[in-house]
Design a protein around this ligand. Structure first.
Ligand code: CTP
Length: 404
């Protein structure tokens, strides 16, 4: 496995969510070593975390076969990221004030790795001056905090203090594990998801885009150090960690306005959204009632955002389009790339199983202006995004003076 995460679990009701975190990380081929405080073991059994991580779980329980003074240093060194989830007021306070009185706090003090904390506690505790001062102090030392959510807490209070969901926590950890700086200083605009074209207050026309591909593209750009603007239609995806600007849109017109006003300042524009080509000419203010016979809805063309961005493209700007095709994939994609003045086009055959809408995988060809085709096998959309940026980096490496 490529990366090592040490997960510190402290004693809060959210400790059970640590199981989900371990499971998600191991599925992403991250090795996880778990350290539990004594009170964490009251909430969740070490055996569960041991089975999920496939590693011995370190606790403060008496163990004659365990050389803890050596083990804590080796774990501290091994960690690429040290995650504390859930992080109680106690561990935050101990770390902020240099207290090392158990296995977890001792290992934490001995590590030089990136530390990420996901607090979970009662709202009043979270908002208390003591905890807030400790958080500030740790942030100044470079500790990353994943803000808790607002909601119904285990103590029946409603407020801030619920630990972030495991998906977001894992997303944050993966981001920090894989951070590079290839795109540092670059501004990247990504569009994602479907558009919604209103017919009347209760009906609309949309498409099957889930936004998964675009969100992975945005994540990859953030991971490479870019300043990322994500313009997205309605999806059930979580806003990726580290996005600089997130704009939620509904219609093709909304997306057009959002893109066109920002395009000029961008270095790279990647249009993975599935934008409606047509919208109802009349949007009824009241619900259309049924009547005898058939009905038809007149549609008019929307802006072809990618085409217009291509027309206004400045020198050294990289423009990438997506082509979801069902027939003559390469031929159609290449002609789309030329017509829209793109630098790269990502073409996929949406009829293939494992490609296209709604799934986590894709099968694509990445085509450049010289007509060279990179054929990628079935792979996770995150890997497609990585390959796409590898290709973009190749364009940066080439002499780019002759690009329009
Ligand atoms: N696109 C866009 N604005 C539109 C329609 C599409 O910016 N109104 C962008 C998409 O985000 C995608 C690319 O254009 O990057 C390809 O979209 P597609 O609908 O497949 O292309 P079209 O040119 O509309 O071709 P056709 O409908 O003939 O397949």
């Amino acid at each position: 496995m490529k990366y090592n995460v040490v997960l510190g679990v402290t004693g809060g009701i959210a400790a059970y969510k640590a199981c989900d975190i371990v499971s998600r990380l191991t599925k992403k081929e991250v090795n996880v070593d778990v350290i539990m405080t004594r009170s964490a073991t009251e909430f969740v059994g070490p055996v569960t975390l041991q089975s999920l991580s496939k590693n011995k779980v370190v606790t403060d329980m008496f163990d004659t076969n365990f050389y803890w003074d050596i083990e804590h240093i080796s774990l501290a060194k091994k960690a690429d990221v040290f995650l504390i989830a859930p992080a109680t007021a106690n561990i935050i306070g101990k770390m902020a004030n240099g207290i090392a009185d158990d296995m977890l706090s001792t290992t934490l003090m001995a590590t030089k790795s990136k530390i990420i904390m996901a607090p979970a506690m009662n709202t009043v505790m979270y908002e208390s001056p003591a905890v807030q001062e400790n958080i500030q102090k740790l942030m100044q030392r470079g500790v990353i905090f994943i803000e808790p959510l607002e909601g119904l807490l285990a103590c029946n209070d409603i407020g801030k203090g619920k630990m972030q969901d495991p998906e977001t926590i894992v997303d944050t950890v993966i981001h920090h594990l894989t951070l590079t700086n290839d795109l540092e200083g670059k501004k990247v605009l990504v569009t994602a998801g479907p558009t919604i074209e209103v017919i009347d207050p209760v009906r609309y026309i949309t498409n099957r885009s889930s936004g998964k591909m675009g969100y992975q593209v945005a994540r990859e750009a953030v991971r490479r150090g870019a300043k990322v603007t994500l313009i997205s239609g309605k999806t059930s995806e979580k806003i990726p960690y580290g996005i600089s600007e997130f704009i939620s849109i509904e219609s093709a017109e909304d997306m057009y306005q959002a893109v066109i006003t920002r395009a000029a300042e961008m270095d790279i524009i990647i249009k993975s959204a599935a934008v409606a080509d047509y919208t109802p000419s009349q949007k009824s203010q009241s619900k259309i009632k049924k009547s005898e016979g058939d009905m038809s809805i007149e549609l008019e063309r929307t802006h072809d955002i990618l085409f217009e961005t291509g027309q206004q493209k400045r020198k050294n700007q990289i423009l990438v389009g997506f082509a979801a095709e069902t027939d003559h994939i390469l031929k159609n994609a290449i002609s789309k790339m030329e017509r829209k003045n793109l630098d790269l086009i990502v073409a996929n055959d949406v009829k293939k199983e494992g490609a296209g809408f709604g799934v986590d995988t894709n099968i694509v060809n990445i085509i450049d202006r010289d007509g060279s085709v990179t054929e990628l096998p079935l792979m996770d959309k995150s890997m497609v995004a990585k390959s796409l940026f590898d290709k973009i980096m190749e364009l940066y490496d080439d002499s780019r003076d002759d690009r329009k």
